[in-house]
Design a protein around this ligand. Structure first.
Ligand SMILES: Cc1ncc(COP(=O)(O)O)c(C=O)c1O
Ligand SMILES: N[C@@H](CCOP(=O)(O)O)C(=O)O
Length: 463
């Protein structure tokens, strides 16, 4: 399987090289050259299978010829043995016809663990095979960083540098990152917003001298290795509800568009998905884009779902590529518009194609709090604020008899202050994180200055 860049100027790569590259050399994102298909019979066979087996069935279609079957199986067994629930990603019915897919049973309590536990092991394997070390950089609004640090800590093949926006994560999220004191882990608190962190990471990838010097690699969802692992739970959840004989819809709390793009991939591979619903918080650039056909940056406001306080939604580029019939020139024009004038109009055919697969809605701050309170009152189920954004939007969708699955992307204990304010209940951290508030922290505060950040990394990278 080859992977091509959404900007059309970088060479096509195999799975291992695409994973190590993270971002393509032309600034684009890698997507598979074609979508492998999963037959109806095979989808039906996923119901009741162990999670790691379904993961193998899906992921091996992209790694064939590169990662030996036995190695991939052992990576997946090990990755999902770190989850505290036997089903890995359990599905439960919140109200008739509306399900939540709990993706937060991994080591850091957010959906990022599902991909990161796989990615760290597969990268380690590739680097060991090649006798190389890599420098990993990542931008986080809190969850990617903690999952990546947990997955890569102590690994000899990698140094990991995570940039988070200073003061804009929850305290639990920050401590999950800064209390990891392994030598290969480096936390940077950037004076800025999440988009500044993400811009800095992309600028490092586009600085080819720096990129080569430290053998740069990335763990944000720009990396195909993240997306491929997230496709799996769309299949397990749909199969559990009777797919392929019954269609399902998904509502996904969305920021960088990685999680919901994985749903699009599942559909492209043959999973009968009726609708993919983009759920945004008050930072609603994606909902406005679906409404108006124009992607327009207007600024980011901090919310109680901070991991979605994003306006440069990286993976939307992958959807633009798909919706434009894989026309890289069209993508380049749109991305140039974004750089020059902070916005662009989608071609008519693109927005029409997107609207065929996707719907979108917003749950604002007050409504998010109300969803948490009302859901707890009705069913004693505590939602984290990101999942609540999803549940709020899912409830506003037309009822067409198709089961709706909302992705529960984080455990409420990651956001105790917001959850307690909304519901009166302070969710407790699981036992293994019980002493998080007593652990010492290590973090470096840096100004939002590209040179400063790159110098910091060069001085500490062992690659
Ligand atoms: C808890 C949580 N929910 C939702 C999202 C949004 O996911 P995505 O960026 O893949 O759209 C994030 C961050 O990525 C998150 O951390
Ligand atoms: N919400 C994210 C932001 C980065 O998203 P990613 O999926 O592209 O890594 C976070 O928690 O850091």
């Amino acid at each position: 399987m080859q992977f091509v860049s959404t900007r059309g100027q970088a060479p096509a790569l195999g799975f291992s090289d695409a994973v190590l590259a993270g971002l393509a050399a032309d600034g684009g994102l890698y997507v598979p050259a074609s979508w492998p298909q999963v037959s109806a019979d095979e989808i039906a066979s996923f119901a009741g299978k162990p999670y790691a087996d379904v993961a193998y069935a899906i992921i091996s279609r992209f790694t064939e010829g590169e990662i030996p079957a036995a190695k991939l199986k052992s990576i997946l067994e090990e990755a999902y043995a770190t989850f505290r629930h036997p089903s890995v990603t359990p599905l439960l019915e919140l109200e008739p016809g509306h399900f939540v897919l709990e993706l937060f049973h991994g080591p850091t309590l957010a959906f990022k663990d599902v991909a990161m536990q796989f990615l760290s092991r597969v990268m380690d394997h590739i680097l060991l095979e090649r006798g190389l070390k890599a420098t990993i950089v990542g931008a986080t609004s809190g969850d990617t960083g903690s999952a990546a640090i947990e997955a890569f800590r102590g690994r000899d093949t990698t140094d990991i540098f995570i940039l988070h926006p200073k003061g804009r994560t929850s305290e639990v999220q920050r401590r999950q990152m800064t209390t990891v004191l392994d030598d290969n882990v480096h936390n940077i608190a950037l004076e800025g917003a999440f988009d500044d962190c993400q811009d800095a990471v992309k600028a490092m990838f586009n600085n080819h001298a720096f990129r080569d010097r430290v053998r740069l690699s990335g763990v944000n969802s720009i990396n195909w290795g993240r997306i491929v692992a997230q496709i799996v739970y769309y299949f397990t959840a749909a199969a559990a509800l009777g797919s392929p004989h019954r269609k399902v819809s998904f509502t996904v709390p969305t920021g960088n568009f990685g999680d919901i793009f994985a749903g699009y991939c599942a559909k492209a591979m043959g999973l009968p998905i009726e609708r993919l619903v983009i759920a945004t918080n008050a930072n609603d650039i994606l909902r406005r884009t679906l409404d108006t056909g124009r992607y327009e940056m207007t600024g980011v406001a901090p919310t109680i779902s901070p991991s979605m306080d994003i306006q440069i939604s990286s993976n939307f580029e992958r959807l633009l590529f798909e919706s434009a019939g894989r026309d890289a020139d069209a993508v380049n024009r749109m991305m140039a518009g974004l750089k020059q004038s902070r916005g662009f109009d989608l071609p008519e055919t693109s927005i029409a194609a997107i609207r065929r697969d996707f719907a979108a809605g917003t749950t604002d701050e007050a409504a998010t709090r109300a969803v948490i309170a009302q859901t707890h009152k009705a069913s004693s189920y505590l939602l984290d604020p990101h999942t609540a954004v999803g549940v709020g939007v899912a409830r506003s969708q037309p009822h067409d008899g198709t089961p709706m699955i909302t992705l529960a992307t984080a455990h409420p204990a990651k956001f105790p202050a917001a959850v307690a304010e909304a519901s009166g209940i302070e969710p407790a951290l699981p036992a293994w994180l019980g002493n998080l508030y007593e652990r010492p922290e290590r973090v470096t505060v840096l100004a939002n200055d590209q040179r400063l950040i790159e110098d910091f990394i060069v001085a500490r990278s062992r690659a």
